[in-house]
Design a protein around this ligand. Structure first.
Ligand code: RRO
Length: 309
C-alpha cells in the first residue's frame, strides 16, 4: 500500500489529508470528531481575541459545485482553543491553531499566548473575506509585510500563512518576495474566493444574508484557482511546503495537488457536506491511484507536473 504520510514544519502526519480551518472545527465536539477521524492533523477554526457569534444567518449554503459562506469568524475566542490544546494533543496527531485577529495588535496578543500552548504550529489567516469593513490583509502587500515583521519576531511556534487566491503573476511574485524575508514554515493556498455572488433566479434573491449576498466561494468552482496558486508558489518558493486547499473532493484531486507541488492538503466544502468520513475515503482513493501508478510515496511525484514543450 502506498505511503501517504507527509512532514513539514518539523511535524509528521501519518496521512497528508486534514481539515481546512472553519470546516467543522469550531466547537470542542467538532474538534474531537476530527481527532477521532482519519484526518492526518487537527486545525481549529480561525480564532479572534474575543469569542464571536459571527454574521447573521443564512450565512452558509451548499451548492451543486461547492459552497458560499459569510460566516464572519464565529469562534470561541483564542483562550478557549488554548485551553483545549492539551486534550487535542491526545489524539496523537499534529494540532494547528488558526489565528485571525481583527488587527495586528490582536494577532500579537494571540500569538504571544499561543507560544505557551500545546499547539504544534500556527496558521495565520491573512485572508478572511467576510468581515464587513475589513479588507483581506493578504491583498495589501505593505500590511502583509508589517504583519510578518512583527508576528514572526515573537512567534515561537512554526508559523504558516493562509493566503487568499491571487490571479496575476505580478501579485504572486510580490507576495513571494515578502514571504522570503521571514521564516515562514508553510503556506496554505487558498482561502475562499472572496466576495462572490450567487443568485436564486427563481426567487430573484441572494442566497446568504450578510453583505448583500457577497461571500466566499469554495468547492469545485475554485479548484483550478487553488491548483494555480499551489503551483506558482511552489515554483517561486521551492523550499516552503505548500498545503493545497480548494475544491478537493477525491483522491484524484489530491493527486493533482501533489503533482502541482503540494506537501499536504486540507478538505473544506467536502468535509461540510460529507462529514469526517471524507478523510478515510479520500485517503483510500489516493492510495489506490498511487498503487496503480506505482508511486510508493508522495515524494515520487510531488511537483512533477509536466508542461507541453
Ligand atoms: O469565518 C468566515 O467567514 C471565513 C473565514 Br475567517 C475565512 O478565512 N474564510 C472563509 O471563507 N470564511
Amino acid at each position: 500500500m502506498a505511503d501517504i504520510s507527509a512532514s513539514f514544519a518539523g511535524l509528521s502526519l501519518r496521512k497528508c489529508i486534514y481539515n481546512a480551518s472553519g470546516a467543522r472545527s469550531m466547537t470542542p465536539e467538532e474538534l474531537a470528531a476530527l481527532g477521532n477521524s482519519e484526518a492526518g492533523a487537527i486545525l481549529t477554526k480561525s480564532c479572534t481575541l474575543l469569542p464571536r457569534e459571527g454574521n447573521p444567518e443564512p450565512r452558509y449554503q451548499d451548492l451543486e459545485w461547492g459552497s458560499l459562506n459569510s460566516m464572519g469568524l464565529p469562534n470561541l475566542g483564542y483562550e478557549k482553543y488554548i485551553e483545549l490544546s492539551p486534550e487535542l494533543k491526545k489524539y496523537g496527531k499534529p494540532v494547528f491553531a488558526s489565528v485571525s485577529g481583527l488587527s495586528l495588535e490582536d494577532n500579537m496578543k494571540i500569538i504571544e499566548a499561543m507560544n505557551a500552548s500545546e499547539f504544534d504550529a500556527v496558521e495565520l489567516n491573512l485572508s478572511c473575506p467576510n468581515i464587513p469593513g475589513k479588507p483581506q490583509v493578504g491583498y495589501d502587500f505593505e500590511d502583509t509585510e508589517k504583519y510578518l515583521e512583527e508576528i514572526s519576531a515573537i512567534c515561537r511556534k512554526p508559523l504558516g500563512l493562509k493566503l487568499p487566491p491571487y490571479f496575476d503573476f505580478a501579485h504572486f511574485e510580490q507576495m513571494a518576495g515578502i514571504i522570503k524575508k521571514f521564516r515562514v514554515r508553510f503556506l496554505s493556498c487558498i482561502n475562499a474566493i472572496g466576495n462572490a455572488l450567487v443568485i436564486d433566479s427563481e426567487k430573484e434573491i441572494v442566497i446568504i444574508k450578510p453583505k448583500g449576498g457577497f461571500g466566499g466561494l469554495g468547492g469545485r468552482y475554485i479548484k483550478p484557482a487553488a491548483l494555480a496558486n499551489v503551483r506558482k508558489f511552489h515554483e517561486l518558493l521551492p523550499d516552503i511546503p505548500i498545503i493545497g486547499v480548494g475544491g478537493i473532493f477525491t483522491g484524484r484531486d489530491v493527486f493533482e495537488f501533489v503533482l502541482a507541488g503540494a506537501t499536504a492538503v486540507q478538505l473544506g466544502t467536502v468535509l461540510m457536506q460529507e462529514g469526517t468520513s471524507c478523510f478515510g475515503r479520500v485517503a483510500r482513493e489516493l492510495e489506490e491511484i498511487m498503487d496503480k501508478k506505482g508511486y510508493p510515496s508522495l515524494e515520487r511525484f510531488r511537483g512533477k507536473l509536466k508542461v507541453i514543450e
